[in-house]
Design a protein around this ligand. Sequence first.
Ligand SMILES: Cc1cc2nc3c(=O)[nH]c(=O)nc-3n(C[C@H](O)[C@H](O)[C@H](O)COP(=O)(O)O)c2cc1C
Length: 306
Amino acid sequence: MILDLGINFAGIKLKNPVLTASGTFGYGYEVGDLISLKKLGGIITKTITLENRLGNVQPRIAEVSSGLLNSIGLQNIGIKAFVEGPLFKLNKIGVPIIVSIAGNTTEEYIKIVKILTMQIGISAIELNLSCPNLKKKIICHDVFLMQDIIRNVKKISKVPIIAKLSPLVTDIAELALFAQEAGSDGVTLANTYPAMAINVKTFKPKLSSVRGGLSGACIKPMSLRCVYDAYQNINIPIIGCGGITNGGDAVEFMLSGATAISVGSASLISPKNLIKIIDEIKDIMYRKNIVSIKEIIGFVNTKNAC
Ligand SMILES: Cc1cc2nc3c(=O)[nH]c(=O)nc-3n(C[C@H](O)[C@H](O)[C@H](O)COP(=O)(O)O)c2cc1C
């Protein structure tokens, strides 16, 4: 049986639906010694900002039950250094490259996108509108600002725009619809969940910034629900993200409506998990007699639960 794992995400052809999630895979090329990057559906880079950022002070990562708490604070080298260095190396891999970006204002997003439109080898831009680890408000919590950013970058971008949203909202389906109405070509659902942890030996928070973003296996059911709800309300494709650690998780996200999926914490634990997830998706397709992975998108049978 020949299995077709190919999908089309907002016009981008991916040979399989498995992407790296932003920020857990470096700029993307560094991991090339550990796994064959060519096997991936695509790479989403860590978030790049206009100027370089040192990120938050240490400690900024802590393990919690079945998950990870981080407050990296968007450490990165800035857009100019990114296009002069990492982007060049990423282009040699031969898979679609999605560049994740963030700014403080609409103008900053516009400036970054203007620089990216002058480059070759970028398949899409993911707008990080949901970082919980900065001192200011999460951008997508201000719907007017979120829509202003999407509308303005859409006017100048030559590649699809994907809005990455926060799961910490009252109605994710409505927020995803607002992103679609502003012109987003796709959405990533979702980023981490604002959370915290305390060291009971010292009575101090485990992260220097006190709060951080919760990721990993423990968030999967909540992120899955985000995808399911949004899928009912929008007609742009979804990248499902949150707690995916195996092929079964990836299939669950696709059944709930995701066209592609991105893997964060599990790839941080071992980049080999990405390849394992691709292989496990194939196993499930084989066992369920599914020829094309596209068949399962949004195909959860909600008539009978078990
Ligand atoms: C250490 C770390 C750094 C992250 N950095 C970013 C980032 O730069 N930009 C972003 O959009 N998301 C970032 N995220 C969030 C992930 O991309 C992903 O949305 C989240 O971790 C949920 O997926 P997971 O449970 O598979 O890790 C980061 C997550 C972790 C754990």
